[in-house]
Design a protein around this ligand. Structure first.
Ligand SMILES: Cc1ncc(COP(=O)(O)O)c(C=O)c1O
Length: 313
C-alpha cells in the first residue's frame, strides 16, 4: 500500500483527491496521510451507512471532478463487510479514477478475480492466509506499473547506471523489487496459497460464514448483554463488546480460556469514533476453527462478567 500511495501520488497534482473510508486499516490511511503532507493531495472519506457498510451509491455521491484515486478494502478488518468492487471499478473508470484494493482481509476468505473486477491495483498479505509474516503481493495492471515510478531504489531493479547519475530501470514487476527479496517468505507464501487452493476458496468462504452465523446465533441468544457490531456481515469477523466490561479485560478473560481474540482499535482508529466506542473485541473465525471451538467461545462469553468479579475479589 505504501508503494502504491507513494508512486501514485507522484502522478497527482496538489488538490487532487483520494477517497478512502473511515473503516480502512492504518496501512491504507497513513501512507496517503504522508502524501497529503508532502504533495498536498486531498483525502476525503466516502460516508458509510449507519452500520458501517460502503455502498456504490455513496461512492457515486462522493466522487468529484478532482477525484483521482479510490483506495478501499474489499473486506474491512473490523466490521468484515464486503464491498462490491466490480461496481465501484465500473463507476470509477467512467470518471478516469484509479481503484486500489486492500485485499488483506478479502483475498484469504473470498474469491478474488482482478480481471473480472477490473481493479487497477490489489495488495494483500501472506500472514492472513496461513503464510509467513513480512511478505505480501502487489498486483497492478501492467500499463500502470510501466508508468509508475518506484518510491525506493536498490539493487536488482536497475538495468544500468553510471557516474553521471544516469540510470535505467528493469521492466515491471522487477522495477518494484528494490533490494534482495524475502525469498524464503515468498516460497512459504506460495506454499500457503497452494494449500488454500487445494481446499478451495469457495469452500473456505462457505464454511467460515456458516461457523460465524452459528456463533452469532448462539451469542445473541445466550449472552443478553452482548453488542455485536456486524452480525449481518458476510465474513467470519465478529466484533463485539459485552456491556460494562472493558474490551481489554474481556480479551484477557478469553485468553484465560485459551481463546485468542483481539481487543482495542484493530489499527482502524477512526472507525471506532464512528462506532462511538473506545475499543471492541474481535473474534476472527477461519477455516481451521471448529464448531466445538465456537461452543467453547460462547461458553466463555457467557462467563464474561465473572472476570470482573475475580478481578475485584
Ligand atoms: C484490511 C487490512 N489491511 C492491511 C493490513 C496490514 O497488513 P500488513 O501488516 O501485512 O501490512 C491488515 C492487517 O494487518 C488488514 O486487516
Amino acid at each position: 500500500m505504501n508503494i502504491l500511495a507513494f508512486a501514485i501520488s507522484d502522478t497527482l497534482e496538489p488538490g487532487d483527491e483520494v477517497l478512502l473510508t473511515v473503516a480502512e486499516h492504518a496501512s491504507n490511511i497513513l501512507p496517503w496521510f504522508r502524501k497529503q503532507e508532502e504533495k498536498h493531495i486531498v483525502i476525503n472519506y466516502i460516508p458509510l451507512t449507519a452500520n458501517g457498510r460502503l455502498t456504490v451509491e455513496n461512492v457515486a455521491k462522493t466522487i468529484s471532478p478532482k477525484t483521482r484515486v479510490i483506495s478501499i478494502a474489499n473486506i474491512t478488518n473490523v466490521l468484515g463487510y464486503t464491498v462490491d468492487v466490480k461496481a465501484i471499478c465500473e463507476l470509477a473508470h467512467k470518471h478516469n479514477i484509479l481503484v486500489v484494493i486492500d485485499g488483506a482481509q478479502g483475498v484469504p476468505r473470498t474469491k478474488t478475480d482482478v480481471k473480472e473486477w477490473d481493479c487497477d491495483f490489489l495488495a494483500f498479505s501472506s500472514h492472513k492466509m496461513c503464510g509467513p509474516t513480512g511478505v505480501g503481493v502487489l498486483y497492478g495492471k501492467y500499463e500502470h506499473l510501466l508508468k509508475l515510478t518506484p518510491p525506493f531504489m536498490g539493487g536488482g531493479m536497475n538495468s544500468r547506471f553510471d557516474t553521471c547519475g544516469n540510470y535505467s530501470l528493469m521492466l515491471p514487476p522487477l522495477k518494484f523489487e528494490f533490494g534482495t527479496q524475502h525469498i524464503a517468505g515468498v516460497i512459504g507464501f506460495g506454499a500457503a496459497i497452494d494449500y488454500i487452493e487445494s481446499i478451495g476458496i469457495e469452500k473456505i468462504s462457505e464454511y467460515e460464514r456458516k461457523l460465524k452465523a452459528y456463533a452469532v446465533k448462539r451469542l445473541q441468544a445466550e449472552v443478553p448483554n452482548i453488542k455485536i457490531y456486524n452480525a449481518d456481515n458476510d465474513s467470519g469477523i465478529i466484533t463485539f463488546n459485552i456491556e460494562g466490561i472493558f474490551a481489554q479485560d474481556l480479551a484477557t478473560h478469553f485468553n484465560a480460556h485459551n481463546i485468542c481474540v483481539r481487543s482495542g482499535q484493530h489499527c482502524a482508529k477512526i472507525l471506532l469514533d464512528y462506532l462511538g466506542t473506545a475499543a471492541t473485541v474481535r473474534a476472527s473465525v477461519y477455516f481451521y476453527n471448529t464448531k466445538e471451538e465456537i461452543d467453547a467461545f460462547v461458553e466463555a462469553a457467557k462467563k464474561g462478567e465473572d472476570y470482573l468479579d475475580a478481578f475485584f475479589e
